[in-house]
Design a protein around this ligand. Structure first.
Ligand SMILES: [Zn+2]
Length: 338
């Protein structure tokens, strides 16, 4: 005969565990940005304007009316459990919907900033659907080859060599990835950095090895742009790449040391001379790709020490420089840059 009080307390314990699991795996930390920095989409875009659209993380679409191109083109999303335990591959309906939401049909080029899944995984399919060149590291090229993308659409970047796409002159500058403070995470994400063979998904998330990370400099007759998506730096690498607008990745920055944050700031914001800073890569990797942006899933923030100094750091920078402006972009809406 089962003991009723024991069963009842067992039930309560299970319920408690489920609640804890739900909290860590299905709720999100607040985004590390001030809602006041959010800009809205522009209802009217005058001909010749350079515009940007943001999907989330560092997926960006640039368009001057004649030429459109993308950074990353990542639209698949996976829950935290699938990421840790399962095998992942491009989500074709999500890619189709993502391109639709961005109103993309033709692209000149798609450029993953490095080869981790949250940047490079969907890019070959985006290239296949839009006719774009897939431009990036040799590791990114192997993601393209594993997907069966035509070799003629794959181009391996040469460090600091400018390439022309319409009126956009795009230069990839080799830089470093964010240095995860946690040694185990760093080992998992950054050791053995190259993908040396065509990568055929589904594969484990970290089979998308980092490859060579790049910053992207963009010169256009209307204005210049620098994109640093992963919060890493290599001293002096971005000297000489001034920009009117800087897209600054801040993911994980708050878990780093104050010294690291200051170096990152000096090597990106100060180096570029930009006063207009658009913050990217601050939203969750695992949450939905629609609706309001959130911070990272609680499990991730908990594992990365639980404290995030990002917003306090950014607010202190704003307080010190009256010319500095932070912006966050709306999802999918067209925003005029120049
Ligand atoms: Zn990465």
């Amino acid at each position: 005969m089962p003991n009723k009080p024991i069963l009842a307390s067992l039930g309560l314990i299970l319920l408690g565990l489920a609640a804890v699991a739900y909290y860590f795996l299905a709720t999100y930390a607040p985004a590390p940005v001030d809602p006041a920095w959010a800009v809205e989409g522009d209802a009217t875009v005058s001909p010749g304007s350079v515009t940007v659209r943001f999907t989330g993380t560092s997926t960006l679409l640039f368009d001057d009316g004649a030429t459109a191109w993308m950074v990353d083109g990542w639209f698949s999303r996976f829950g935290p459990i699938a990421l840790l335990r399962g095998e992942i591959g491009p989500d074709l309906p999500a890619i189709e919907k993502g391109l639709e939401r961005n109103e993309v049909d033709r692209l000149a080029v798609v450029i993953p900033v490095h080869s981790h899944f949250d940047h490079a995984m969907d890019a070959p399919e985006v290239a296949r659907r839009t006719g774009a060149t897939l431009l990036g590291s040799e590791s990114t090229a192997n993601i393209g080859r594993g997907w069966g993308l035509d070799e003629g659409q794959i181009r391996v970047a040469i460090d600091r060599m400018p390439l022309r796409f319409g009126e956009f002159t795009i230069t990839l500058i080799a830089t470093r990835h964010f240095e995860f403070p946690d040694p185990a995470v760093r080992e998992q994400a950054l050791s053995n950095p190259r993908i040396t063979e065509p990568l055929v998904p589904p594969v484990a998330a970290f089979d998308y090895r980092v490859g060579q990370p790049y910053a992207i400099h963009v010169a256009h007759p209307r204005g210049s742009i620098l994109i640093q998506a992963s919060a890493g730096f290599d001293q002096g690498r971005l000297e000489g790449y001034a920009a009117d607008v800087l897209f600054l990745g801040i993911g994980g920055l708050g878990t780093q040391t104050a010294e690291y944050r200051e170096s990152y700031w000096r090597e990106t914001v100060t180096a570029s001379g930009a006063k207009d800073v658009i913050l990217i890569h601050w939203d969750t990797l695992t949450g939905p790709i629609d609706g309001p942006f959130t911070g990272e899933v609680r499990a991730a923030t908990f594992l990365s020490s639980g404290t995030d100094e990002t917003r306090a750091f950014l607010e202190a920078k704003l307080a010190r420089d009256p010319e500095l402006r932070f912006k966050t972009l709306p999802r999918y809406e067209e925003v005029v840059l120049f």
